[in-house]
Ligand binder design. Structure first.
Ligand SMILES: [Zn+2]
Length: 406
C-alpha cells in the first residue's frame, strides 16, 4: 500500500518553481498531497483532486510550508575548534598572518589527524542535528582537514557512516573530497609536489577504499595555494574517477577560479568575492552555480561582499551556503545566511530563499530537493509566522521550523 497523506490547514505554501530560474509560487490556503515520501500534488486546498479525498490528513497548524534548506558548502568534520585565535583576529591580526605563523588551518589539521573515525562520527552527528533543527534537510560536506592520505581516508569513512545514519537523523549528505584544501606541512610550500600526490595517489586511493561515498572533488585555487593550472589537472584526475568538480575560487584575490570552473564544467564555484565579470558570464554560459558564503565575509571582518546582484544580472543562478568550518565561519544557522543574503548581498527575500533551496540543490545536481513541486522529496518545513518575510525582518529572532510527523 502506498503511504498517502494530505497536508492541510496551511496559512500558505511557498516554493520556488524548478522550471523557471527565480520564479516562486506563493499559494495562500494551500494543501500538499504526499505519496511515499514525494510530493504528488500541490495547490489551493479547495482544488484538491477527488482521488485524495479519503487520504489521511496532516494538520499544518496554520503554518507556512516551505521546502527544507539545502546547504551546499560545509566542512562538517574537523577536530578541535579555533576560538583561541578569534580574539587575536578581533585585535586586528589577519587570517593570513595567523596562518603564516602555523596557526589557523594548521591547528585544525593537527587536531583532525589525532581524531578517530568514531570521534569524528560522534561530533559529526551532533553537528548534523544542529543543522537539522534549523531546517537543513540536505547538506554537502567536505574532507580537507587531513591533508594526507590516512587522515583523509578516516574523514571519508566517517562521512560514509554519517550517510548511513542520515535517514534516522533526517538529513541526507553529499560528500566532496578536498585533500587539496591547503598545502600539507609535509610538502613545506611545494604546491606542485602536493598536487601530484593528490591527483595521482590520494584521490584514486580514497575512491578505491570508499567506493560510492563521494560525488564531488574540490580544490582551493588561491594566490599562494594552488594555481588555476594545478586545479585543472586535479579536476582531470577527479573526472577520471567519476568525481564532479566544485572549486574554492576567487576568495581572497582574483585568480580566475570562476573561469576555471566554467572550463571544466564544475557544478559550482564557491566564495567568489573577487570574481571577475568575465568569470560571471562564463559561469552563466556553462551552467556553473556560484555558491556565495556571506557569513564567512562577516566572520572574517571583510568588506568585500560577493557581487550577488552582478551575478544575477549576468544570468547566474546564485546559491547561498553556510561554509560551516572552524576558522572562517563556525555557523550552522541558515537564517543567518538568509539575513546576510538580504541585508549585505542585496538579494530580495524570494531570491535569498530560492538560493538556499532550489539553486543550492541545483549546485549539487539534485532536482528533487529545494522545491515542493510534484516529484520533489517531501522535505517540508512548517513556519509559525504570519508572513515568511518575518524570518528576515525580526533580526536575530531564533525561529525554528516544525517538521511533518512520521
Ligand atoms: Zn570552504
Amino acid at each position: 500500500m502506498a503511504d498517502r497523506r494530505v497536508l492541510t490547514n496551511l496559512r500558505g505554501l511557498w516554493t520556488p518553481d524548478p522550471a523557471r530560474a527565480w520564479a516562486v509560487d506563493r499559494i495562500p490556503g494551500a494543501a500538499l498531497a504526499l505519496e511515499d515520501g514525494r510530493v504528488a500534488w500541490m495547490g489551493r486546498a479547495g482544488d484538491l483532486p477527488a482521488a485524495w479525498a479519503d487520504a489521511p490528513e496532516v494538520d499544518g497548524g496554520g503554518a507556512w510550508a516551505t521546502p527544507g534548506f539545502v546547504d551546499p558548502h560545509t566542512h562538517l568534520l574537523f577536530g578541535g575548534n579555533r576560538s583561541g585565535e578569534f580574539n587575536r583576529r578581533l585585535a586586528g591580526v589577519s587570517y593570513q598572518q595567523i596562518a603564516a605563523e602555523g596557526g589557523g588551518i594548521r591547528e585544525t589539521v593537527r587536531a583532525t589527524r589525532e581524531a578517530s573515525v568514531d570521534e569524528l562520527v560522534a561530533t559529526g552527528e551532533a553537528r548534523l542535528q544542529a543543522f537539522r533543527q534549523r531546517g537543513v534537510v540536505h547538506l554537502e560536506c567536505k574532507t580537507g582537514y587531513g591533508l594526507e592520505l590516512e587522515s583523509e581516508s578516516r574523514l571519508t569513512a566517517a562521512y560514509a557512516e554519517l550517510k548511513r545514519r542520515g535517514p534516522s537523523l533526517g538529513i541526507s549528505l553529499d560528500v566532496t573530497l578536498l585533500p587539496a584544501h591547503d598545502i600539507a606541512p609535509e610538502f613545506a610550500g611545494d604546491a606542485e609536489a602536493n598536487l601530484r600526490a593528490v591527483a595521482e595517489d590520494w584521490l584514486p586511493e580514497l575512491v578505491r577504499r570508499h567506493p560510492g561515498v563521494a560525488r564531488f572533488c574540490d580544490i582551493f585555487v588561491e594566490t599562494g595555494v594552488y594555481t588555476v593550472d594545478q586545479g585543472r589537472r586535479m579536476f582531470e584526475a577527479g573526472k577520471r574517477l567519476g568525481l564532479i568538480p566544485r572549486v574554492h575560487a576567487d576568495e581572497l584575490t582574483w585568480t580566475g577560479g570562476a573561469e576555471l570552473a566554467a572550463e571544466v564544467g564544475a557544478a559550482s564555484a564557491d566564495h567568489l568575492m573577487f570574481c571577475s565579470e568575465a568569470g560571471m558570464k562564463a559561469m552563466a554560459a556553462a551552467d556553473v552555480t556560484p555558491v556565495l558564503l556571506p557569513a564567512t565575509t562577516l566572520f572574517l571582518g571583510m568588506r568585500d561582499w560577493a557581487p550577488a546582484r552582478k551575478m544575477i544580472e549576468a544570468g547566474c543562478r546564485v546559491a547561498l551556503a553556510t561554509d560551516f568550518n572552524p576558522g572562517s565561519c563556525p555557523c550552522v544557522d541558515p537564517l543567518t545566511i538568509l539575513r546576510l543574503g538580504c541585508l549585505q548581498l542585496r538579494m530580495t527575500f524570494e531570491e535569498a530563499f530560492t538560493a538556499m533551496t532550489l539553486h543550492a540543490a541545483r549546485s549539487l545536481r539534485r532536482d528533487d530537493l529545494g522545491h515542493l513541486h510534484p516529484g520533489a522529496r517531501a522535505e517540508v518545513l512548517l513556519w509559525d509566522v504570519e508572513e515568511l518575510l518575518e524570518l528576515v525582518y525580526w533580526v536575530g529572532e531564533p525561529y525554528r521550523p516544525r517538521f511533518l510527523g512520521a
